[in-house]
Write a protein that binds this ligand. Structure first.
Ligand code: 13P
Ligand code: ZN
Length: 269
């Protein structure tokens, strides 16, 4: 079967990176059944002929996302398993094109696969990052890391900055690789605009957020780096839980030690 990737090496390379990360999500045990979803803005990689591609179906979006008008995204399919996205990304995901008004999309390639149920969330976040934050972040990656989700079951960790600071204090890398810390989004029904709007509030200050009792979501410029942020937070969560399982409270890096890293590595505020 012909694929949109056949004559577009740049797009094929991007989809290959997405497949690589989908494999990591599965290998890490963060992607039970269809758990998690990925969207990547591929507009800059599309060639002009993409505009002539026939659409399978046009679908209304739950709002108008002007900053994404005429943009193209690779998105994983709803109900699709990450382990299969890893093996066959174009059979378990699709390329969508947002229309000129920013209020609908059509699926243009390769197959008529319905995008993730979290698409309203993803699209709102891409739109927010561009229109309000003025950043050209291309990736939204959502997954279900067991250790991080476990920590959202403890009430005191849901207070602003508590969990983020705890995870920073486990290992220097977390302070460096996730310099904007961790936002907390209260529990909401998956796939709803309530969840999307609550997430956007947190993206004002953070690039990674926890969805209480559900999962983790990161925005970024590059799918591999987005995975790396979640992976580093997960490492910190494992160190914390490992110490607790061994029966002691971890000492944690001090605030002075963490501030010293911020100065040394010129980390953003
Ligand atoms: P989808 O299969 O629709 O992407 O849903 C998975 C998920 O993790 C919902 O939050
Ligand atoms: Zn989820």
């Amino acid at each position: 079967m012909n694929s949109i990737l056949d004559n577009n090496a740049a797009l094929a390379a991007q989809v290959s990176d997405i497949a690589e990360v989908a494999g990591y999500l599965w290998q890490r045990g963060w992607a039970e059944r269809n758990g998690g979803n990925i969207s990547v803005n591929v507009t800059e990689l599309m060639d002009k002929s993409a505009n002539n591609l026939l659409a399978f179906a046009q679908v209304q979006l739950p709002g108008t996302f002007k900053a994404l008008a005429n943009n193209f995204f690779y998105v994983t399919g709803t109900g699709k398993r990450m382990r299969y996205v890893a093996a066959k990304p174009m059979e378990n995901g699709c390329i969508i094109r947002i229309n000129a008004s920013g209020d609908a999309y059509d699926i243009i390639a390769d197959n008529n696969i319905a995008p993730t149920s979290e698409l309203p969330s993803h699209i709102s976040m891409h739109n927010y990052m561009r229109a309000v934050k003025g950043r050209n972040t291309k990736v939204v990656c959502h997954t279900h890391p067991t250790d991080l989700v476990a920590l959202t079951h403890k009430k005191e960790f849901l207070e602003p900055n508590v969990l983020g600071h705890l995870l920073w204090s486990m290992i220097p890398e977390t302070r460096i690789i996730v310099p904007l810390g961790l936002g907390i989004v209260p529990y909401n029904v998956p796939g709803t605009m309530n969840l999307a709007n609550a997430t956007i509030e947190q993206l004002d200050k953070h690039d990674v957020v926890m969805w209480e009792k559900h999962g983790c979501l990161a925005v970024g410029d590059d799918i591999i780096e987005t995975f790396d942020m979640i992976d580093t937070l997960s490492k910190s969560a494992q160190i914390y839980l490992c110490a607790k399982q061994a029966g002691f409270e971890p000492e944690c890096m001090s605030k002075t030690q963490m501030d010293e890293l911020a100065v040394y590595f010129k980390l953003p505020e």
